[in-house]
Design a protein around this ligand. Structure first.
Ligand code: NI
Length: 266
């Protein structure tokens, strides 16, 4: 699958369940902007069946290469980002994985049993990244127990493999050169932002500023009832040139740490 086809399919799935993203995208388009994605993010577990290397496969086949490694101590996550060297406008791919060994045996058992339910041929297939939740029968009780240890694990249990967020590149917008202006525009239009660590994560000195909406609330059918839980969010990123005039292309762990909280309960 070509990169563009992968992102088109991911976008369809993402906006299907998180209508705010498409409404915000339309807001920009209607004000004459061309929306280019800075990055698209995935979440996974470090289990060898679904770890970063597995989720990255379809992107590597599409020509992507690894371009940065990250570690999030408090959230017990590792991440890697990938880029497509032949196309600067193709979004970076940011994949994080939960380090299962750092959690209780209880959590590990719940995760393993969900992964056991994923058919082997799917684990080996490029379709895995569109799979959605890990098993077709998920329980709210398990979701809640996961959430006690990790909001990330609970989100992943409920929503699985899909784009966790798309990210609008502010660098490509003509009418906005500051992230504050984008944030004001979003708030004026009724989209609340993730305020954890302040609306803007990062700084011009760090060469990257990011903000994000709070995740849409999504109705999910669990075996023990339908519950409304935080789904996906939309992110906005502004990159600055380094001292050699090259636009910074990596990620700032301290900022991403707070962005992860866009899908927390509140
Ligand atoms: Ni992001």
């Amino acid at each position: 699958m070509k990169a563009a086809e992968i992102f088109e399919k991911l976008w369809e799935q993402y906006t299907g369940e998180n209508p705010s993203a498409e409404l915000i995208y339309n807001l920009f388009q209607n004000s004459g902007e061309r929306v280019v994605n800075d990055h698209v993010a995935f979440r996974t577990f470090d289990d060898p069946r679904v770890n970063i290397d597995v989720i990255a496969r379809p992107f590597l086949e599409a020509g992507y290469v690894p371009a940065g490694d990250y570690y999030f101590e408090a959230k017990k996550l590792r991440a890697r980002h990938y880029e497509l060297p032949e196309d600067a406008e193709s979004p970076r791919v940011f994949i994080s994985e939960l380090i299962l060994d750092e959690f209780s045996e209880n959590l590990r058992r719940m995760v393993r049993s969900q992964l056991d339910a994923v058919p082997e041929e799917l684990l080996a297939s490029p379709e895995l990244i569109f799979r959605g939740n890990l098993s077709k029968s998920i329980s709210y009780e398990v979701f809640e127990r996961l959430r006690e240890e990790s909001e990330y694990a609970a989100w992943l249990y409920a929503f699985g493999f899909r784009a966790n967020h798309f990210t609008v590149s502010i660098n490509y917008l003509n009418g906005f050169d500051r992230l504050e202006a984008v944030n004001d525009f979003l708030k004026e239009n009724g989209y609340p932002l993730n305020n954890s660590g302040g609306e803007i994560k990062g700084s011009p000195e760090q060469l990257l500023e990011q903000s994000s909406t709070l995740a849409d609330r999504v109705k999910v059918s669990f075996t023990d009832g339908v519950h409304t839980i935080p789904g996906c969010y939309y992110e906005f990123a502004l990159r600055y040139p380094d001292e050699h005039g090259r636009i910074f292309s990596g990620f700032i762990a301290g900022s991403a740490d707070k962005i992860f909280e866009s899908t927390d309960f509140r």
